[in-house]
Write a protein that binds this ligand. Structure first.
Ligand code: BGC
Ligand code: CA
Length: 346
């Protein structure tokens, strides 16, 4: 009996060694069946992030992995997303990438995954810390929200210091409005807080005229901005938007009212989506902050493959054992070309 066992072990070790040479993984572990669930198909940034994710996963096919990726978008309904995750699991997914609709309501999805022992990589919409502690196979990949607010603030400070014309009424203060993303989204709350603090910390006198919640959406931002312009006319000197789509929506509002360039405020966004970068290149936005979708996608794919194959997990660096944050980057007209290149490389 003992001989049979040790012979078995030797055969197993040989098989493992052979596999390592041919870059083949042990049975089953080279099949990565990814289920991706995201909150809404109309979100510009998410659409581009999902495209990056496809590219990043495909890279692993070169290394002998079989990759199948299924994507579901939930049209803004957590109920729908819970059902979609159930279907993805039933259809055989062995790892899940989840962009929650309601970041405070992941319990159903976590329970489903735990029942089937399938790891979840949450991304972009960060569950609260207590929920991340519910199980040890939960991970998060995203950007450090505070940094994006600080960088947007630093862009604003540099512009205001370089151009006294931004203070159009010459009262020594910058009158500003904020366009905020969804209430309750970590990026909306933290970006707004940090951009304002950064301006204050740099001794810029500011006066908040108003704010509007526009749920990351260009059309909603245009409406909110039209309302704010009707209240404040030419008083607004700076528009701080939690993302590029809303910064562009604000600009749409001014265009609709036929404002000329000399009477426009300064607009700043966050994301560096295709449309955002183009607007920076054309000086319609004064700047943006790059939300590194290529980096996030490649971290998600790497982690997913490691979780399924059981290989390479020890090389991945986590914060608090389950978080991966990819740094943001400032984008101005001077640096925008680098970012177009970054996108075309992906
Ligand atoms: C992005 C937004 C996007 C949101 C969706 C944010 O990080 O900046 O553009 O709409 O995530 O969750
Ligand atoms: Ca002023």
């Amino acid at each position: 009996m003992r001989k049979i066992i040790s012979a078995g072990i030797i055969v197993y070790i040989m098989a493992q060694t052979l596999c390592a040479c041919g870059k083949q993984q042990p049975d089953g572990a080279n099949k990565v069946y990814v289920g991706v669930a995201y909150y809404d198909q109309s979100d510009t940034f998410l659409g581009q992030l999902i495209a990056c994710l496809k590219n990043s996963f495909q890279e692993y096919e070169k290394d002998g992995y079989e990759i199948v990726m299924q994507v579901r978008s939930a049209s803004g309904s957590q109920r729908t997303q819970d059902d979609q995750v159930k279907e993805l699991i039933d259809s055989g997914c062995n790892v899940l990438c989840v962009n929650l609709v309601d970041r405070a309501d992941p319990s159903e999805i976590i329970d489903l995954a735990r029942e089937h022992n399938i790891s979840i990589i949450f991304f972009n919409r960060e569950p609260v810390a207590e929920d991340m502690m519910q199980w040890d196979k939960l991970y998060y990949v995203g950007g450090p929200a505070a940094q994006s607010g600080i960088m947007q603030g630093e862009l604003a400070v540099a512009l205001i210091q370089a151009d006294t014309g931004i203070d159009r009424n010459k009262d020594g203060k910058i009158q500003y409005v904020v366009l905020e993303g969804e209430a309750g989204h970590q990026d909306a709350i933290i970006r707004t807080k940090n951009v304002v603090e950064t301006l204050k910390n740099n001794d810029i006198e500011i006066e908040k005229l108003s704010y509007g919640i526009a749920n990351w959406n260009r059309a909603q931002a245009q409406n909110r901005m039209l309302q704010m312009i009707s209240q404040h006319q030419n008083e607004i000197e700076l528009v701080l938007a939690n993302n590029d789509d809303m910064a562009l929506g604000a600009l749409d509002a001014y265009e609709k009212l036929n404002y000329t360039e000399s009477t426009l405020p300064v607009f700043l966004g966050i994301d560096g989506t295709d449309v955002g970068l183009e607007a920076v290149r054309d000086s319609r936005l004064a700047g943006t902050v790059y939300n590194d979708k290529e980096g996030q996608a490649s971290a998600i794919a790497k982690l997913a493959v490691a979780l399924v194959s059981g290989k390479g997990l020890e090389q991945i660096e986590f914060e608090n054992e389950k978080y991966i944050y990819l740094p943001y980057l400032k984008v101005t007209k001077d640096t925008v070309d680098e970012f177009f290149q970054k996108q075309s490389r992906n």
